[in-house]
Structure formats: structure tokens, C-alpha cells
Design a protein around this ligand. Structure first.
Ligand code: MN3
Length: 237
């Protein structure tokens, strides 16, 4: 028993580098899957000056890392056996608030890092741009709506663009680390996420202080719109 506890602690400590997201703990059927902090796939300074290097480093190596570590700890304490982070979010009503907050934190940030990259495009492109134009009249109307949703969101949370069950594009915001995959009864925004913008102050405070409007105005240039288009295409299939 002592050895198992020791193993648990060592695995937790080493978790960030040694275990893949899909790794199921080999010690028995009751042991939970452990999650790891994903690599960004680019340098902390890659988005500078749109998002500065220090913000990226703290956001990834401190904030996101804490969600991963707290999620693993909570899953071990609760002896929860789960699969992927997406499955965990889709069944989140079965879990406690600590797991909901940290599972959301892990999924949302993992998704967010993949959405960021400076490219030649600073606004939606491809079939996604066509769909936006059809649904909202003009790309600028969509962009304004996304920005307004972020400005009007009270407190911490995320702006989401999803494809809903009617295959329509929907814009909304959710509090804290909730996301549109979660099976939370009272939550209205449900579907396949194709864009997410972190509007927690830790996402912009070092550069913009309290000015969320400025952050939201600049971030379009740091979005990988090619990737968003590919997510849109996959979501409407
Ligand atoms: Mn964040």
C-alpha cells in the first residue's frame, strides 16, 4: 500500500513529461487516466507582439500546468477511471466541481494553444468565411459579435464559436472553465467548438492590464484561421 502511494506521488510529480493523455494507469481498473501538459508547438515569443512572451509562458507553464496537476490529483483522490479529456467533459455532470473546473481548464487551454499562430490571415477564410457571410451578412459582423460577446462577459470565462446540432455557427460565452462539450443541464451553448478565446484576465493582464477590449481587438491576428476553417469543415460533416 505504501509503495502504491509512493508510486502515485512520483507519477504525479513526473506526470507532465512521462505520461500521454491516453495513458491509462497500469496499476488496476480503478486507477484513473492521468493527463499531461501538452507542448505549445511554437515558442513563447511566437505571437509577440500580439501576445507577449511572458504572458504565454506564465499562461502555459503555470496556469495550464496547474489545471493539469489539480485534475490528476482530483481524479486520483476520487478513484475515477476516465478516457480522453473530451469524454470527461462530455460526461462532466458525473463529477465534482474541482474536476469540472480543472478538466475544463485542461481541455480549453489545450484547444486554445492549437488555435493560435500568426499567419498571413487576420480574419476567417475558406468555407468558414463563406458560411459566416451567409449567416451573419459580413465577416465584420461576425468579428464584432465575437468581440462584443467577450466584452460583455462578466468576470472570468471564455468566448466560444461552435457548430450546433443544426449545423449553424453559434457565438456565446461560458463562465469559468466550462465549455460547449460539457453535459451541464442549465448550459445553453452546446456543440462542436471551432474557436475559443480566453477572457480570463491572466490571458491579457500583463500587456493590456484591465483593457479586455484591446486584447479582443488584437487577438484576431494571432488566430490560426486555416485551422479554424479545418475545424469548421470537420464539424459540418
Ligand atoms: Mn487561461
Amino acid at each position: 500500500m505504501k509503495r502504491r502511494l509512493f508510486l502515485k506521488k512520483s507519477i504525479l510529480a513526473a506526470g507532465a513529461v512521462t505520461l500521454a493523455d491516453s495513458t491509462v494507469w497500469a496499476k488496476g481498473p480503478k486507477e484513473p487516466t492521468l493527463f499531461t501538459l501538452p507542448e505549445l508547438g511554437y515558442g513563447y515569443d511566437a505571437l509577440d507582439p500580439l501576445i507577449d512572451a511572458q504572458t504565454m509562458e506564465i499562461h502555459h507553464s503555470k496556469h495550464h500546468a496547474a489545471y493539469v496537476s489539480n485534475l490528476n490529483k482530483a481524479l486520483i483522490e476520487n478513484h475515477k477511471q476516465i478516457g480522453s479529456i473530451e469524454d470527461l467533459c462530455k460526461n462532466i455532470s458525473l463529477y465534482n466541481t474541482t474536476i469540472r473546473n480543472n478538466a475544463g481548464g485542461h481541455y480549453n487551454h489545450s484547444f486554445f494553444w492549437k488555435l493560435l499562430k500568426t499567419t498571413d490571415y487576420t480574419e476567417p477564410i475558406g468555407e468558414f468565411a463563406e458560411a459566416i457571410t451567409k449567416q451573419f451578412g459580413h465577416i465584420s459582423k461576425f468579428s464584432t459579435l465575437v468581440k462584443k460577446t467577450g466584452i460583455n462577459h462578466f468576470g472570468s470565462g471564455w468566448v466560444w464559436v461552435i457548430v450546433n446540432s443544426k449545423r449553424e455557427i453559434e457565438i456565446g460565452s461560458l463562465p469559468n472553465q466550462d465549455n460547449p462539450l460539457m453535459n451541464i443541464a442549465e448550459q445553453q451553448l452546446k456543440g462542436t467548438p471551432i474557436l475559443a478565446i480566453d477572457v480570463w484576465e491572466h490571458a491579457y493582464y500583463l500587456k493590456h492590464q484591465n483593457n479586455r477590449i484591446k486584447y479582443l481587438s488584437e487577438i484576431s491576428g494571432a488566430i490560426n484561421w486555416e485551422y479554424v476553417n479545418s475545424l469548421y469543415l470537420a464539424a459540418i460533416k
